[in-house]
Design a protein around this ligand. Sequence first.
Ligand code: SF4
Length: 295
Amino acid sequence: MSPRSRATSSAAIPEQLGFAGMPERLFVCTPSKLGAFADCPRRYRYSYVDRPTPPKGPPWAHNSMGASVHTALKNWFALPAERRAPGALPTLLKATWVREGYRDVDQERAVYRRALEWLESYVATLDPEEEPLGVERVVATKTAVLALNGRADRIDARTTDDGPEAVIVDYKTGRSGLDADDARGSLALALYAFAAERVFRRPCRRVELHHLPTGTVAAHEHTEESLARQVRRAEETATDIMAAEKAVAAGADPDREFPTNPGSLCGWCDFRKVCPAGAGVAGKEPWTAVEHLGA
Ligand code: SF4
């Protein structure tokens, strides 16, 4: 926990009060906004603070492919149950395929074919009759510090011995497989679960990462305590962001308040060319992360 965060946590709500007992404004955020600051405060500043936004690098092929697969699954669930069959997938995937970032048409076609294979295998594991509680559903809630909202890929309705529950499902299309530690450690999944429990008024403790390339599911069962820990973590990050933004507004040096965090992420960073720490790092090609998928 940073010194700034220690000064204001959800356990210390009175410290949230500003002058004349007025509550501080809640920090409006998504899990990805918090994640950007946790990864690199400078990247956060370029994305969310500096206006106009500094120029970004070109689009990434892996983002195009990931978005295309997510949209195809969203639209698969939008079909009536009797039409949710693997045969519907080529049309769905083609209709919303994002073409940006590929090296050439051959590579794009190879990735399309691979994505279609993943989708066909994946939907074969689903019960077409089952209606999720939500698909690409925005869930929102508030804490003493946060006004949190986020779009969950899918929220399933399941029944356990203890009764109905909601389950957070997040699709992954990256190269490496995922394990239970990834599901346990994901701040985004925990925050979706925290918000979904309030929105749907039923327990939401189970979070799952569905890795389409391998057809594996990495799952974690949260407890009330572990969700509360992740919410505190999010509040600490938000407190740090608000302190940095306030300091800049009061005249502090933005480069000092939003320091760089050079590391393996720099090669993939949209702002590598404008960032002093990233400028010396060899950038990845926009298609590097899909090269192993063929052509
Ligand atoms: S290039 Fe690296 S240090 Fe610079 S903003 Fe991006 S991630 Fe941060």
